[in-house]
Ligand binder design. Structure first.
Ligand SMILES: [Zn+2]
Length: 130
């Protein structure tokens, strides 16, 4: 069993324990944490720009998200990308500096700065964690 699998198992066991306790105490059933929850926790749980804690996304500071996704998650965004970050131990260094932005700030940033053409990004479309 590889390290990632072991970690998933540990997370699952931890959640099951929490679930059992919640049921026993008559508390609301907790939601199973997604890969994104762990990733946001690792990089900070608030927007680096406005400190909002809602609708958070991972932002590539150097606007090279597409390149990064091609490298680690077969170009896929969302869940696959978050899972790949976890597998890699939440890397955050040149040339793939990551930070947390809320959806609103992320959108504004992308609009102002575009996406890097030298990394093969296009100006149009997207909207995911770039
Ligand atoms: Zn924000």
């Amino acid at each position: 069993m590889n390290q990632a699998k072991r970690r998933y198992r540990a997370e699952k066991a931890l959640f099951l324990e929490r679930l059992k306790q919640a049921v026993k105490a008559g508390e609301p059933i907790p939601r199973y944490p997604k890969h994104k929850d762990h990733v946001l926790k690792a990089y900070g749980e608030e927007c680096a720009n406005c400190s909002s804690r809602e609708n958070l996304e991972i932002h590539h500071k150097l606007n090279n998200g597409k390149q990064h996704r091609l490298l680690i998650s077969k170009g896929r965004a969302g869940n696959d990308f978050y899972a790949a970050l976890k597998r890699r131990g939440y890397p955050n260094r040149e040339p793939y500096l990551l930070e947390v932005l809320c959806k609103k700030c992320h959108k504004v940033h992308t609009k102002l700065n575009g996406r890097r053409k030298d990394y093969g990004e296009t100006q149009a479309g997207g909207g995911h964690s770039g």
